[in-house]
Design a protein around this ligand. Structure first.
Ligand code: FAD
Length: 475
């Protein structure tokens, strides 16, 4: 009797069939392939637990299961520690290999080593593949001295020259699941069963997760949004950014494929540059895993006197700071699980510089709220805006004046008025600094400062001076 061996495809944040090198490698072994996803509660309910992102993940898994079933296969669900679940699956099936896409964060890499050991004991080998980034291995791009890059622009130049692999088409058919797995395929749970709950998201982010939705968004963006991307991408209300970040985070679309489909005009190069930021922060986290807890810049580790003002932090989270652009952004974050990059920068600067609150508090709040919450991108960007990370500049250069930013990013006030309805009647001249409205104008606008809308919780000019002094004292 011939023994049929099986190959396991362990899916994590590469939830797609197109351009998935791990899937292609699993198929090339010629054995039945068992695509498996393991719900790991440490990730779903740990310190970065996010109901919104988990709901998006469950959507992605349903879509993937459908695509797999359409091609004759299906998604096998397991719940528990991957080292236990995958080893058990490998043992049950007599699998010889487990293919997965290699990740960069310290948690993922420790987990993979544990899985490697456990599936090894079960007689299978864990094989990691590229697939999560535009280049195969962002961390393999090194300076002339053989060190990781810590400044973006030189990394970008080298990244542009780095080799790219061919994009892999999605398979038309897949081998059927062995019958013993089909019988115990497992279910994709409802959000509530994981112990999470959140109101449905509003706005454009209310779209569903999954490869189908991602591809639809890519098509719409490439045919429509990209043209305007270079010139108008900083406009908050009608700005044509791709909104692909949640799909890129969970791998519903391959960054390699997206990059391959861009042309070479100015707008396409601008988007390519943003994709490079993603790879840049991945290699930063790969090279400096301690960044998840502490400042990359040694001189700021434990030396900045961060404020622990809980009420001010709550005002920031809830969009009650009295600065309309900050408040509109933070309210959009809660309602939609996504905000524009410029808003992230403005609110990040406000939290760390104007309020002097620890960047880790903001980082964690973002991870809980964002559907695109991504350890490498979030940590890298928070450290950047707090002026404690890689790609350094003097702290004063990364302090954003919320009122000036509002005039530039939301010139007609549509974004602020949409998210902060109390300000709907405020005349345009006062919208960025509503506290300067004379009392008669407040009456006419039906917006009394301190009653209908908060007075500013700090004075920006004073807070700016204090922030610069705080950083200077820390050196
Ligand atoms: P587009 O402008 O269309 O860009 C296309 C893609 O490029 C994005 O989807 C994203 O994958 C990548 N990209 C763009 N800008 C950046 C950047 N600065 N850093 C890294 N990648 C980038 N992005 C996340 O994906 N997850 C996060 O958790 C996250 N946290 C952030 C926290 C702060 C404080 C800041 C300032 C930025 C953060 N970003 C994060 C980066 C960026 O704001 C988002 O990727 C972007 O706003 C997503 O919108 P988009 O897809 O329309 O972007």
């Amino acid at each position: 009797m011939s023994i049929v061996t099986v190959t396991i495809l362990w899916l994590r944040r590469d939830l797609r069939l197109a351009d998935n090198p791990a899937l292609a490698a699993a198929l090339s072994e010629g054995d039945p392939v068992v695509p498996a996803f393991c719900l790991d509660r440490r990730l779903l309910t740990g310190r970065h637990a996010s109901a919104a992102r988990t709901r998006f993940l469950l959507d992605c898994l349903r879509d993937l299961d459908r695509s797999l079933r359409d091609r004759g296969s299906g998604l096998v669900m397991r719940e528990g520690l991957p080292e236990r679940e995958l080893a058990q699956l490998a043992r049950e099936l007599g699998a010889r290999s487990v293919h997965a896409s290699g990740d960069v964060g310290p948690f993922a890499r420790r987990r993979d080593e544990r899985v490697r050991g456990a599936v090894g004991d079960a007689g299978a080998e864990l094989v990691l593949h590229p697939g999560l980034f535009a280049v195969d291995d962002p961390a393999s791009i090194l300076t002339g001295a053989g060190r990781p890059y810590t400044v973006f622009t030189p990394y970008y130049r080298s990244w542009l020259r780095a080799p790219r692999r061919e994009v892999i088409p999605a398979p038309d058919r897949l081998p059927a699941l062995p019958s013993r797995v089909r019988r115990r395929k497992g279910r994709i749970p409802a959000l509530e069963r994981i112990g999470l709950a959140c109101a449905p998201l509003a706005g454009k982010s209310a779209v569903r997760g999954g490869e189908r939705a991602a591809r639809a968004r890519v098509e719409a963006f490439l045919s429509d949004g990209l043209r305007e991307y270079g010139a108008r991408r900083d406009l908050l209300d009608a700005g044509p950014t791709s909104r692909l970040s949640p799909y890129l985070h969970l791998g519903c679309i391959s960054p390699r494929e997206l990059e391959a489909r861009l042309g070479h005009d100015a707008a396409a190069e601008e988007l390519r540059r943003q994709l490079c930021w993603r790879d840049f922060y991945a290699q930063v986290l790969r090279a400096f895993p301690a960044n998840v807890r502490s400042e990359y810049q040694r001189r700021y580790r434990g030396t900045i006197r961060w404020s622990r003002a809980r009420r001010r932090f709550d005002a920031w989270c809830e969009g009650r700071t009295g600065y309309p652009l900050v408040d509109a952004s933070m309210r959009q974050l809660q309602r939609e699980g996504w905000i524009h990059n410029r808003c992230r920068l403005v609110v990040g600067s406000f939290l760390t510089k104007d309020l002097g609150i620890d960047w880790r508090w903001g980082e964690r709040w973002f991870m809980q709220m964002l559907i695109d919450g991504d350890e490498a991108n979030n940590n890298g960007n928070w450290q950047w805006i707090a002026s404690v990370g890689v790609d350094p500049q003097s702290p004063g250069r990364r302090i954003y004046n919320p009122a000036l930013q509002q005039a530039r990013l939301d010139p007609d006030g549509a974004f602020v008025r949409r998210h902060v309805p109390e300000l709907a009647g405020v005349p345009a001249d006062f919208l960025a600094e509503p506290w300067t409205m004379p009392r008669a104008v407040q009456d006419a606008a039906r917006c009394i400062i301190g009653r209908d809308y908060p007075a500013p919780i700090v004075d920006h000019a004073t807070a700016r001076r204090e922030a610069i002094a705080r950083y200077a004292a820390a050196r």
